[in-house]
Design a binder for this molecule. Structure first.
Ligand SMILES: NC(=O)c1ccc[n+]([C@@H]2O[C@H](COP(=O)([O-])OP(=O)(O)OC[C@H]3O[C@@H](n4cnc5c(N)ncnc54)[C@H](OP(=O)(O)O)[C@@H]3O)[C@@H](O)[C@H]2O)c1
Length: 335
């Protein structure tokens, strides 16, 4: 089977390879991957920013595939069904422990940028029927992360909630759409006026251009008449984390997800404590959260925002596009 792998550290080491098909155990599914989507994480792993990985590594954690073979004891899915593999296969439900987070597709396990993939039948969910392959391939790292951030530990309360979403990438646009679904007002920050206009068309209540208004936290306070946001989804990290804390209301939540602008931060601790802010972070996604997001999408008119679709042979170009930061939503590879 053809795979797209990292053979060394650095994006120049992204290569195609031929690998033998993995064996299918009695409770496994063999999937023919139809589409995969990229996450910033895939790029960070390729750049060596994500800790040590064992090489060569097939990259990618999000995909949709068709069951082409089911192990003799597998009962959850039948041949021909369209399923989404869960990227943290040992985390089924509830809060995780260290063991559940250890194995990850495209990290400690081979990833989805491959013609075929073997997964345990427990580590897959049905793909929502109304989504195209390209849309269904985007749910994990972006959609389920946003779902967990908004609807698991800290539940949105309709109407009175203000959510700040940073940037217009995969996680952020799902967070925007899902927060609107829950009745929240959403303030989006972006480095592009054009992308803010597109975010408004998706339902953003207000937009802040961080190039024109670098002290966007003060703007959030002013837009909320001094109160601050109930939830801030921080994907930018670096120096922005201090601003996220300043933009949160007293008792608000800052969800620390990413580090697009730096892997460390100087936080003004007295300011955080004065605001009684909860800093919450997530790593990995439970099957229960995949199922929760799939239900929410199936019962609403939300469709994942797919920016560009690349052919498998153009996988390197797809990585370069993610690296450019030009995307609005998800970058997908058709396999
Ligand atoms: N903890 C988790 O479970 C988890 C899960 C998924 C993602 N993440 C992390 O969340 C972050 C976003 O991931 P993603 O896959 O959504 O990324 P993405 O799709 O590549 O989107 C990135 C977006 O963020 C903005 N951006 C990029 N570089 C920036 C910078 N230096 N400063 C400010 N804004 C910047 C851009 O929007 P504008 O052009 O509009 O500004 C860009 O479109 C990454 O750090 C990723 O590792 C964490």
């Amino acid at each position: 089977m053809k795979t797209f792998e990292l053979s060394g550290i650095g994006v120049d080491s992204l290569v195609f390879a031929e690998r033998p098909m993995p064996p299918v155990g009695p409770r496994d599914l063999l999937l023919r991957i139809r589409a995969a989507s990229l996450n910033y994480r895939d790029l960070a792993i390729a750049r060596g920013e994500y800790g040590k990985v064992s090489l060569p590594l097939v990259l990618g954690s999000d995909a949709v595939g068709e069951v082409v073979k089911a192990g003799a004891e597998a009962t959850r899915f039948a041949v021909g069904e369209r399923v989404i593999p869960t990227d943290t296969p040992d985390w089924i439900a509830g809060p995780p422990d260290e063991r559940m987070l250890r194995r990850r597709l495209g990290g400690t396990l081979p990833g989805v940028l491959s013609e075929l993939l073997v997964v345990s039948e427990e580590a897959a969910v049905p793909a929502p029927a109304h989504l195209t392959d390209e849309e269904a391939a985007t749910l994990g790292g972006a959609g389920v992360t946003a779902w967990q951030a908004l609807y698991t530990a800290d539940r949105l309360r309709p109407g009175e909630t203000v959510v700040v979403v940073q940037g217009t990438g995969g996680v952020s646009l799902f967070a925007l759409q899902l927060a609107r679904l829950g009745g929240a007002e959403v303030i989006v920050t972006s480095r592009s006026a054009d992308k803010l206009a597109r975010a408004a068309a998706l339902g953003a209540t207000r937009g802040i251009d961080t190039r024109a208004t670098p002290d966007w936290d003060q703007e959030v306070l002013s837009l909320t008449r001094g109160r601050g946001a109930d939830v801030v989804i921080d994907v930018v990290g670096g120096a922005s984390l201090a601003r996220s804390i300043a933009a949160a209301r007293v008792g608000g939540v800052v969800v620390v997800l990413g580090f697009l602008d730096g892997t460390s931060s100087n936080v003004d601790l007295p300011a955080a404590i004065r605001r009684s802010v909860t800093l919450r972070s997530y790593s990995g996604r439970s099957r229960e959260s995949y199922e929760g997001l799939a239900r929410a999408l199936s019962s609403s008119d939300i469709r994942p925002v797919v920016d560009r679709v690349f052919d498998f042979d153009a996988a390197r170009e797809a990585f370069a596009y993610v690296a450019s930061g030009a995307q609005f939503g998800k970058v997908v590879i058709r396999i």
